[in-house]
Design a binder for this molecule. Structure first.
Ligand SMILES: Cc1cc2nc3c(=O)[nH]c(=O)nc-3n(C[C@H](O)[C@H](O)[C@H](O)COP(=O)(O)O)c2cc1C
Length: 175
């Protein structure tokens, strides 16, 4: 079983980005176990003074979740032309660890309009390059999610979207 960690950059309860990743977890192809990281809002503000053992518990959980995964898929909104602060905060907590090094990673852009989100994903690419991940370009795709497409179960209620995000997972974990 190949394990993929799914990290959303949105703290919003009805997030389209998180809904897409929950849909990925629910639609994962055979042989892939995908799980959504749920701790974004509980991470402390990054402080180099605290970046040592024993790490803050939420940070230790984040790093353990990354270490336990074979690949990581990100999906983040764009705020003010770049990453939301909470997402950058999460990434800053990864710099001091080696868990992301050489790890296959990709991102999906869930913006309804493909012309949006480039600032966030551009910054994400810079940071993921800085921490020496292996960016799987073919898995970095636009999978649009309209707010009204999210069903009462929190999943995207659309077969084409489920197929698209399942294909992203397949490509991400290809050797
Ligand atoms: C504070 C704030 C700033 C935003 N800035 C941008 C932006 O610069 N570019 C953009 O395309 N959308 C921007 N948006 C819109 C969000 O990216 C959009 O609503 C997104 O769908 C939110 O993702 P979510 O549904 O996962 O929470 C902004 C939204 C907020 C709340």
């Amino acid at each position: 079983m190949t394990r993929v960690l799914l990290i959303s950059g949105s703290t919003r309860s009805a997030s389209t980005n998180t809904a897409l990743l929950r849909t990925a977890a629910a639609s994962a192809p055979d042989g892939i176990a995908a799980s959504v990281y749920e701790g974004l809002a509980t991470l402390p503000h990054f402080n180099p003074d605290d970046d040592h053992e024993p790490l803050p518990p939420a940070v230790a959980e984040l790093r353990a979740a990354i270490a336990a995964s074979d690949a990581v898929l990100f999906c983040t909104p764009e705020y003010a032309g770049t990453l939301p602060g909470s997402m950058k905060n999460l990434l800053d907590w990864t710099v001091g660890g080696t868990e992301l090094s050489d790890k296959p990673v990709a991102w999906v852009n869930a913006a309804a309009d493909a012309r949006r989100g480039g600032g966030a994903n551009g910054t994400l690419a810079v940071v993921l390059g800085y921490v020496q991940t292996r960016i799987v370009e073919d898995a970095c795709r636009h999978v649009p999610v309209a707010r009204e497409a999210i069903g009462p179960d929190g999943l995207v209620d659309d077969a084409a979207t489920r197929a698209a995000i399942a294909d992203v997972l397949t490509v991400l974990v290809q050797p």
